[in-house]
Ligand binder design. Sequence first.
Ligand code: PNW
Length: 539
Amino acid sequence: MAKLSVIVLALLFVVVSRVSSEEPYFVYPEIYNDPERDAFLFDKFPDGFKWCAATSSYQIEGGWNADGKGVNIWDTFSHEPGNVQNDDNGDVACDSYNKWKEDVKLLEDMKVMNYRFSISWARILPDGTRGSENEAGVDYYNNLINDLVAAGIEPYVTLYHWDLPQALVDSYDGWMGEEIVDDFGDYARFCYEKFGDRVKYWITLNEPYIIAQLGYEYGSHAPGVSGNGDKTYIVSHNLIKSHAKAWHIYNDEFRSTQNGLIGITLNSDWFEPENRDEQADLDASERMMQFMLGWYAHPIFLGDYPEVMKNRIANLSAHQGLNESRLPEFTAEEIEYIKDTSDFFGLNHYTSLLVNDNVDHEPDPPSWDKDHGVNRFPGENWPRAESEWLYSVPWGIRRLLVWIKEEYGDPSVYVTENGFSTADIDDLNDQGRIDYYRSYINEVLKATIVDNVNVQAYTAWSLMDNFEWAEGYTERFGIHYVDFNDDERPRSQKESAKEYARIVANNGFEKGVSAASTQRFGLAVFICCVLFHLRRFVN
Ligand code: PNW
């Protein structure tokens, strides 16, 4: 009998110690299981942390020619056969032009604090300029904003999410022309006048990198122009100046009465050196960060383009026999005008890649890719989304956030997009997206409370499935499902929306709710019961 008691006690001890030993929990146990790097952190975000969901005008609104809206470059581009998968377009999209009340309801149900959406420039200024004002368009945004405010949801409004009025391309080649700077400023002023009494967070541009690169270097986005490391730099130059103009107008004419914040949203991958013992790989990582993120962040947060860009592009341009660098120069006055024109650091982040030095460069024909001279490739076994470029690498966002803190002097960071795509199938049980959100948000949590990065907001892309640019409706990023075959465009909650709402409600992750710990606890209770009965049987 004494023997049995000892065995029972020993077993109980083993079970209890297993349950209470803080065994690390991993979201991707097969792939990312380094306890130092990948162990899940059960903790909360600081009080006041903002939870948000996002969309953009062309991707959801539809109503492409409703009530006096002007044509924009995505209307033109998507109506041209061959530009978008299946020749899809945003003519109807999620029909949010008519169904915005349903969108507000989705946000309310998840209890997020903020909604990030964008204004369609051509809906309120059909030819892009003051004088062409379209009242019906202004009403649409007034209604949406009023409903959000009534629901206690703060609007985060993006002025430009890629849908440029076609008229501005017809008259001066859009972002290629210097004239855009004043027109963008006028458009921004119009928005502050109309909506600034209720909108306290403005984002000037969404992802200038994608605008320039996909629109004017690779040609896969509207207006579909290809380049050789030339137009992309000119367009970026004008984008940066336009951003600064919109910030100064707000700062000079509206800030004192409207008391809002205005910044830019930049996108960046994290570029992990393939081998951290190789100086060439460390250099490649740094160079790639500067060519993608520093291109815009350096002028805006520190002043002027990164040295490495100025040097490399000047050298390669000289090698081509050009008299000047393909990278335009800012005057000293412009450098000052542009510096410190973002009240927060808006960050869109989705993925990471490994990098090393590209040694076999044949500089002709020139391109942005040859200018940076870096090879980029995914790691083995990294889980991939439906989008070709999107790998789930949760620890990358933490490294990127720390890099931003160190490089740009600890700005307040708003994560303005993060998300995962799935195929065009009717499935509300989106475990892949849940894993992505849990692991990425957990790494943002580590960056915030362990590394002291000043992260103030997190935004899920996207509130609902929508028009995914050149991929049309073949990739779904929504945490709500939209049935594009139904004229009513019904929305339904995916499991990921429920999981996101739980994270929002907990302001992070509660301890002891991992599947593994629940299982262990269940097992321990079961063993105790069995032992208890065994004991009575022996007696
Ligand atoms: C962002 N890439 O764009 C945009 O802001 C959204 O409008 C878009 O729907 C979302 O990400 C998902 O794609 C990106 O090729 C587009 O690396 C392409 C890339 C990254 C971001």
